[in-house]
Each structure stands twice: as C-alpha cells, then as structure tokens.
Write a protein that binds this ligand. Structure first.
Ligand SMILES: [Zn+2]
Length: 313
C-alpha cells in the first residue's frame, strides 16, 4: 500500500507522521503557532509534512493522501473546519488550502473521531471489527486538556444530523457543577479533564501535565489533588454509564494523555462508578478498554480515513 501522511493538529502541538500499513514510520512534532492564524498554521502543517518525509526517500508525489485530524467540528462536504476553539478557527476551508500547499488529496476529520477509528482499525477495538452482520456500536472517550468523544456503528463514524453527535465531553453530569469552556455548567469536561483538575487546584491551565499528576499522586500531602483525581474518575464512570444507557456499545475505549498516564490506576474506580450509574445488562455486555495506541491512535485513524476516502473520490 502506498504510504500516507497523517497530521494530528492540537491547540498546543502539531504532529505530522509518515504512515504505512498502520504503522508510524516517522514523526515530526512542533509547537502549534496558533498566533499565526489559520493560513499560517496551514503553512506550518505543510512544512511538517515535508519534514516527516525527509530521510524516507519519498517525495510528496509518492504519498497517496494526507489525513488531517483537527480539534474541532468538520464539515466534510465542503472541507471546512466549522469551529475549532483551541485554534481560534471559524469556517476555515482547510482542505482546499492544504491541498494547494501539498498537491495531494487531503481528508479532514475531527481528532477524537480519528482516534476512535485508529483504535478500531489497529488498536484496542480491533477484535470488534470481525463481528460480521452486526451493527456493532463502539464509543471513545479521550481525556486530556478537555474530554472528547466519538461514536461508531457498523464500522462507520456516527456524526449525527448536523455533525455534532458524540460530543461526549459536553454531556451534563452534574447540573450545578463547575463552569465548562463551552459556557454551560457541569459538563463531563468541566469535572473530569486535566484542566478541571488544574482548576480545582487553583493552577493555571497547562501547568500540570498528566504525567506530573501521576507522580504527585504518590506523594504525601496531596489531598486536594487526590480528591480532584478521584472526582474525575467518579464522573468518567458516570459518563461511561450514560454512554452505555444511550448507545448500548459493545466496547468503550478510554484514551488521551490523562488516561495514558493514569488509566490503569483509575479504571477500577471508573468501573465502580459506572456500575453504580448504569443499566446493569448494558454495562455487563460492554468492554471498557484502555487505548492500545496512545498518541498514535489519532494519526493512524486519520491516515486510515484518508486511505478509505480515496476509493470514494
Ligand atoms: Zn461543556
């Protein structure tokens, strides 16, 4: 299979990968220059893609397509990023811009959607590909700076009527809970993200990495932190329970930096809370799994979607 390029564009970092057969062959990681605006970031993406190719002996024309995962809402029909608050993008025609810079077909996808597809194609959810003839429902919760969600049914992403299905981080889990970045109160993201923990500790956003939180938990005298982390686990369980109630998934994958650092440790508490809050049969039949691919889930999913879309052009 012809190699692909995949980009995981975040509000703080930008990663470009050369991908072949579900494997990342090379990786370039830089700080996202959000201050340069949409066109500036597009130029930065193109430069990173070229750099990811250097040393591979490949040129851009040896690449089948470029999958680009963005932290926002994507309108596929027009190749537009409708909204990406962390990038400050609104109605940016990213596909056309990137295709003109790279000269290759570009496929955009929401980052958590790409992550779910990555886990489905190559990671934790791979065993559920083979359930032929069943419309297997699968879900993802990615926990990091925020909480992202995604849904799949029968091997396809469920995007809803207007593309906003599966925004699981903004399901309400506590009516009077803390204020969320979306302006409402008590969303899962406002209680169970890394930012929610930073806020509970009175820290500035971006001050505590997930790895640092894991280290600090082992120290004495971190009562406030322990409380914030156990609150996060509790509400992630409520979130899983709600997903199970609404969607009856065969599996839910928990990913993102926060779960990568703390998933093993928090899973028993998450499951305890999920059992308390869900419809018993639904949860019994649902596997709750940690991501197998870590940071590679999003680029591998973006590459997979880019390859799949070539057949539809
Ligand atoms: Zn919200």
């Amino acid at each position: 299979m012809t190699p692909l390029l995949a980009v995981d564009l975040g509000g703080t970092k930008l990663v470009a990968c050369l991908v072949s057969e579900g494997k990342v062959l090379s990786r370039v990681k830089v700080k996202t220059r959000v201050e340069d605006g949409p066109s500036g970031i597009a130029v930065q993406i193109a430069a990173c893609c070229r750099e990811a190719l250097s040393g591979s002996g490949l040129a851009l024309d040896g690449i089948a397509a470029v999958g680009v995962a963005v932290p926002g809402l994507v309108e596929h029909a027009t190749g537009t990023v409708v909204q990406a608050p962390n990038l400050g993008w609104e109605s940016f025609k990213a596909q056309a811009k990137l295709e003109s810079l790279l000269g290759r077909p570009v496929v955009l996808e929401n980052d958590v959607n790409a992550g779910l597809v990555g886990e489905w194609a190559y990671g934790s959810l791979k065993p559920f590909q083979g359930l032929q003839g069943r419309q297997v429902p699968l879900a993802a919760l990615f926990v990091g700076t925020g909480v992202g969600g995604a849904l799949m049914l029968g091997g396809s992403l469920v995007t809803g009527w207007s593309g906003v299905a599966g925004e699981l981080g903004h399901m309400k889990v506590s009516e009077d809970g803390p204020k969320c970045g979306c302006g409402r109160r008590g969303c899962l993201e406002a209680l169970a993200s890394r930012s929610a923990i930073e806020k509970a500790l009175g820290k500035k956003r971006g001050k505590l990495t997930s790895g640092r939180i894991a280290q600090l938990l082992d120290r004495k005298g971190s009562r406030k932190l322990k409380k914030a982390v156990s609150r996060a686990a509790h509400y992630l369980g409520v979130g899983v329970a709600n997903i199970v109630t609404i969607f009856n998934p065969r599996a839910v994958v928990l990913g993102g930096g926060f779960m990568e650092a703390l998933g093993e440790r928090l899973l028993p508490d998450i499951m305890g809370s999920a059992r308390e809050h869900s419809f018993a049969k639904g949860l019994r039949d649902c596997k709750v799994l940690l991501s197998a691919l870590g940071d590679d889930a999003v680029p591998l999913g973006a590459a997979h979607l880019a390859a799949a879309s070539l057949g539809n052009r």
